[in-house]
Write a protein that binds this ligand. Structure first.
Ligand SMILES: *Cc1c(COP(=O)(O)O)cnc(C)c1O
Length: 364
């Protein structure tokens, strides 16, 4: 007897589309193309997506945290795995033991690693992150100048990449892009010669000037539009659907959900769906989101609850318990859904909870 409880929501991950997206980005870029799989592969599951990309030939992976990188190490033999957040004091042995490439983002981190090379009596490979306008991670201008004036501070280190990160790559008109590119070029010229790593997803669409030896796309791999406001060049990497639990008839004038933020203007049918803010369906979607059934839209009405949301199914007489509503799929992209709550699609994707059953469609 099958005692598995039925899923209340399904996140369907299309590995063939994700691999095709990586291949499409690789075709656009003269240098290598890696994959950023931080935050558990943007919520889709790094242990699912990273090995599929590895099988397709991807050899450079980035996480944010060291722990995320260590978890992926056995799944990605021979590949570079780098942790973008940079090594904290005391983490050096773990980086070495698990063969994780540090991303050095301050002079102190450079000194610590150069010291390790001396102590361990071997040369160490590292990425060097220079800050060109994010003021977040990476060597500040003064630190860069100190390093350029005294390259011996890099003693024992092999810089496998010098990298930077653009603050507004998804806005081609932003002047910061060209400014950061010029600063990056100047930084690379001042440092010992090393390969470069520049573009995230959107920067791969800024033009050939933003090429480097290693691009670092994340979002575009999963099908998020790297060119907002223009047609999405990527294939959707996932679908999301949630299940209808009940459908009820209510009279005109009745309220729906907490604080009755929606009142029915007509006799209505309300479909209650097993997908709430604990699943990443933030309360900002209240009275704003849309889902699809049979290719036709229905509106979310009322305030999103922790585990539930309510949709106006009045014009959908066929909807009943057990039916699936499309939240992300052929009729509505992740970008569209996120926009309905004023969220970034990155935010939507990374907040999807663990309660959706992951279904994997294999790579071709
Ligand atoms: C997240 C991140 C990326 C990937 O950005 P996308 O916009 O998802 O392509 C690349 N580089 C760094 C430093 C990042 O933090």
């Amino acid at each position: 007897m099958d005692t598995e409880p039925a899923a209340a929501a399904i996140l369907e991950i299309d590995l063939a589309a994700i691999v095709a997206n990586w291949q499409a980005l690789r075709a656009r870029h003269a240098g290598a193309v890696g994959a950023v799989v931080k935050a558990d592969g943007y919520g889709l599951g790094a242990a699912i997506t990273a090995p599929a990309l590895h099988a397709a030939g991807c050899r450079h992976f980035f996480t944010a945290h060291l722990a995320e990188a260590i978890a992926l190490r056995p799944l990605l033999p021979g590949a570079m795995i780098a942790a973008l957040n940079g090594p904290l004091p005391g983490e050096e042995d773990a980086y070495r033991a698990h063969d994780i490439r540090p991303v050095l983002g301050s002079l102190a981190q450079v000194e610590a690693w150069s010291g390790c090379a001396g102590r361990w009596g071997r040369r160490l490979s590292a990425l060097l992150h220079v800050d060109t306008g994010m003021s977040r991670l990476g060597l500040a201008a003064g630190e860069l100048a100190a390093l350029a004036a005294e390259p011996a501070r890099l003693g024992g280190l092999d810089l496998c990449y010098v990298m930077t990160h653009l603050a507004a790559a998804e806005r081609p008109q932003a002047q910061s892009n060209a400014r950061q590119l010029a600063r990056f070029r100047a930084a690379c010229a001042a440092l010992p010669a090393a390969p470069t790593s520049l573009a995230n997803s959107s920067a791969l669409f800024l033009g050939p000037g933003y090429g480097s030896d290693l691009a670092r796309p994340g979002a575009a791999l999963w099908g998020i539009n790297p060119t907002p406001g223009r047609a999405n060049p990527m294939r959707p990497g996932f679908r999301l659907s949630a299940r209808v639990l009940q459908v009820r008839a209510i009279a005109a004038g009745e309220g729906v959900g907490y604080n009755a933020s929606f009142t029915a203007a007509r006799p209505s049918r309300i479909a209650t769906v097993a997908w709430g803010y604990a699943d990443g369906f933030h309360r900002a979607f209240s009275n704003r989101a849309r889902a699809f059934f049979d290719g036709r839209p229905l509106r979310l009405v009322g305030t999103v609850s922790m585990d539930l949301s309510t949709f106006d199914a009045t014009d959908h007489p066929r909807i009943g318990p057990g039916d699936w509503l499309e939240l992300v799929g052929p009729h509505q992209s992740a970008d569209d859904l996120a926009d309905q709550a004023g969220l970034s699609p990155y935010e939507l994707l990374t907040s999807l909870g663990r309660r959706a059953a992951r279904r994997i469609r294999g790579a071709e």
